[in-house]
Design a protein around this ligand. Structure first.
Ligand code: SF4
Length: 387
């Protein structure tokens, strides 16, 4: 079976003890059954502390899955003081769980091919995308008869864009959502998704008409900021309760809570100044969003247009929360600038926080909104159609 890779994939190198946001803390590290059996026979390294009988004693069951039990400060017990893995130092990389071996790589096995990509929740991946400026994704539609792959290819290319001088990344998200909704309606009326129908949605004149219509939508920037502020606080609440990402989230959420005290004209002038700073990161944000489209719009067991709509909604929530977090960070930085390090930290932490399993995304959307599938107006509202 052929495996497809984006152009950046082979360039990834884990920065290990130089990593500014190691993946060995503050989230679930799954232990697969094979590793669990292996670990039952292996003695823990001394640096892991405690006097447990084997490596498996460092694991626990959480929400039905076996994970490494983190220390009181939410770190992997095998992470040494100088940020190296004591399992690799004592044994070798072969004894690591599949999660540790694979991260930040991600694989999707479709019926006729395999797709590989890298996840944005690793700072070395963000560094890679920042250096490359523009990512190229494989043309899977050349081997698959399923038109959904052509549709995803068109959306990924639209979001990535063909030049680094491009407008706000929320514009292609809105265009893509509108097109997906149109195609979904056509399918509901019995029309099949064909290559010709898809191509027709992405002609330069159609996209340009759509862009003009989006820019003409009435929008209240202040209302968009308040809504995104709510979304961000809602995503953070459980993590704060569990004491995760505290160092990052506590000042951010305090800033979010204090935002209502700011006079509206001051808020808008700060927002305008922030948007100017954000422009420098549009290429990186577009690469991030294009990668989300490539890796998440289609699932091996669901290539329907409905699934694409739901995943695009989730990406829009992620993007709205990331942009809001960056705005709050910008407000708290006395120099009035937005640094690359802040953007990288925000992308990594927010994508770790929102890297939900498929069923959890559906549950979140069902519990948080009137219906699973949004109206176009809500997506445009959180994107801020002409910010
Ligand atoms: S987050 Fe990325 S760079 Fe950092 S330790 Fe993990 S894999 Fe390596």
């Amino acid at each position: 079976m052929e495996t497809f890779y984006p152009d950046y994939y082979s360039e990834f190198i884990c920065t290990a003890d130089n990593c500014p946001l190691t993946c060995c803390q503050e989230w679930k590290i799954y232990v697969d059954d094979l590793t669990k059996e292996k670990w039952k026979t292996l003695t823990p390294p001394e640096s892991a502390g405690g006097h447990k009988k084997n490596l498996n004693s460092f694991t626990e069951k959480k929400e039905g899955q076996r994970v490494i039990r983190l220390t009181d400060d939410h770190r992997c017990p095998f992470l040494t003081k100088n940020l190296l893995c004591s399992l690799v130092l004592t044994y070798n990389a072969d004894i690591l769980s599949e999660t540790c071996t694979t991260f930040p790589r991600e694989y999707h096995d479709f019926s006729d091919h395999r797709e590989a990509s890298l996840m944005p929740c690793c700072p070395a991946v963000i560094d890679l995308w920042q250096q490359k400026k523009h990512l190229t994704f494989p043309k899977v539609s050349s081997v698959s008869l399923n038109p959904a792959f052509l549709l995803r290819e068109k959306i990924t290319a639209l979001v990535q864009g063909d030049s680094i001088r491009l407008p706000d990344p929320s514009l292609p998200l809105m265009q893509s959502f509108y097109i997906l909704q149109e195609l979904y309606r056509k399918e509901e009326k019995g029309q099949s998704l064909t290559d010709a129908v898809i191509e027709d949605c992405f002609t330069p004149s159609t996209l340009s008409e759509l862009q003009n219509a989006i820019y003409d939508l009435p929008v209240s920037v202040t209302d968009t900021i308040w809504e995104c502020n709510e979304l961000l606080q809602d995503l953070a609440v459980n993590y704060l309760e569990e004491g995760l990402y505290e160092e990052y989230l506590e000042p951010l959420i305090t800033q979010a809570e204090q935002l209502s005290e700011m006079a509206e004209d001051l808020l808008l002038s700060k927002w305008d100044a922030f948007c100017l700073q954000l422009e420098a990161f549009y290429p990186l944000l577009r690469s991030f969003l294009a990668n989300e489209m490539y890796s998440d719009l289609l699932a091996p067991d669901d290539t329907s247009t409905e699934h694409m709509l739901i995943r695009l909604q989730w990406t829009a929530i992620q993007y709205a929360a990331i942009r809001q977090a960056l705005f709050l960070t910008y407000l708290s930085e006395s120099a009035g600038t937005l640094s690359y390090e802040s953007v990288r930290q925000t992308l990594v932490i927010l994508t770790r926080m929102t890297g939900y399993e498929e069923e959890d995304i559906y549950e979140y959307l069902e519990n948080s909104f009137e219906s699973l599938l949004w109206d176009f107006g809500y997506l445009a509202f959180i994107m801020g159609s002409s910010l």
